[in-house]
Design a protein around this ligand. Structure first.
Ligand code: NAP
Length: 284
């Protein structure tokens, strides 16, 4: 195998786009960006291909002559795409990855049976339209066949990431943890915006005012750990204030439930005074 084998990316979406750029910057040649055969999908693949000097293809026109085929399609599509590609070329000696955090490499079993070595390779990072994150220091969870894992480790290193092994059985918990780290964090912040609205602030004002405290909280969490970063009425054991919060939050859809669930987690895992009084209030 050449030190930096050619790679075909299947799925010109959020991950596929960011990965194509990062791999190219790391010295890998992305031989083709394979999309569905619809005008919008082809356009997305063409934009990525143009940016990295590659070509946009569809399953029908693709060559699939790369050593590594990296499926960046939604989780529910992975096995169907593997099935569709399984008869296009000989898979003996090839490697295939998918990047689902929740699903194991077994989704690529059809390719495995045709001679490919397969792995699930999941970067613990958020990829959204309009933002290309750095992969430096990003953890990549790897699981699958030894040969595929060896290549995944090398690519992760070349991207500046840190590879670690995950077992099939731990993938769902791992993925739920990832949910807390980004999408549910955003859900918490958008709920906070609704609470700010009740205090007379627009969403834009709320975002501007919240960001410094949110950033400082993350900095404190990083430097001091969760207990050291924790402030507010729960650590002070201030039952009357928490009671008033709950009363006001009743008027905002979901806010009271989110507050209640997070406050109960705080009582379970973080320092708090008057734990008994707070527990009783939150249970009521
Ligand atoms: N986004 C993240 O933060 C993130 C992070 C880590 C891992 N992942 C994983 O990365 C994978 C892709 O997620 P994503 O967020 O990048 O999804 P996405 O933005 O929806 O992109 C998926 C892409 O796959 C294409 N696609 C769907 N079916 C296809 C097919 N049959 N043949 C070729 N292309 C097909 C879609 O085409 P259309 O444009 O036609 O819909 C779309 O371009 C998932 O396994 C996900 O779990 C995502």
């Amino acid at each position: 195998m050449p030190p930096k084998p050619q790679i075909a990316i299947v799925g010109p979406g959020r991950l596929g786009g960011a990965l194509s750029l990062a791999l190219t910057e790391a010295g890998y040649r992305v031989s083709e960006v394979i999309s569905r055969n619809t005008p919008d999908s082809r356009k997305r693949a063409q934009e990525i291909a143009r940016a990295i000097g590659s070509v946009a293809t569809t399953p029908k026109t693709s060559k699939l002559d790369s050593h590594l085929i990296w499926l960046c399609v939604p989780d529910r599509e992975i096995s169907a795409v593997a099935r569709a590609l399984s008869h296009s070329v000989g898979w003996k000696g090839k490697i295939a990855f998918h990047s689902s955090g929740a699903l194991a490499s077994d989704e690529l079993d059809l390719l495995r049976r045709r001679g490919a070595a397969v792995a699930s390779v999941h970067p613990m990072m958020t990829f959204v339209r309009g933002s290309i994150p750095s992969l430096k220091g990003v953890a990549f969870a790897l699981e699958g066949d030894a040969k595929a894992i060896r290549l995944a480790r090398k690519i992760t290193r070349d991207l500046g990431g840190d590879a670690f092994s995950i077992s099939k059985t731990n993938k769902i918990a791992y993925h739920a943890w990832g949910g807390f780290s980004s999408p549910l964090l955003v859900a918490m912040l958008v709920t906070a915006e609704r609470v700010a609205k009740a205090a007379g602030l627009s969403a834009a004002q709320a975002r501007k005012i919240m960001l410094p405290i949110v950033r400082q909280t993350l900095a404190n969490y990083s430097a001091l750990g969760p207990a050291g970063a924790f402030s507010g009425p729960i650590v002070r054991g201030d039952v009357p204030v928490v009671q008033k919060h709950l009363r006001t939050l009743q008027k905002i859809p979901r806010a009271k439930e989110v507050y209640g669930a997070l406050a109960q987690a705080a009582l379970e895992y973080l320092p708090a005074r008057n734990r008994k009084g707070l527990k009783k209030l939150l249970a009521g």
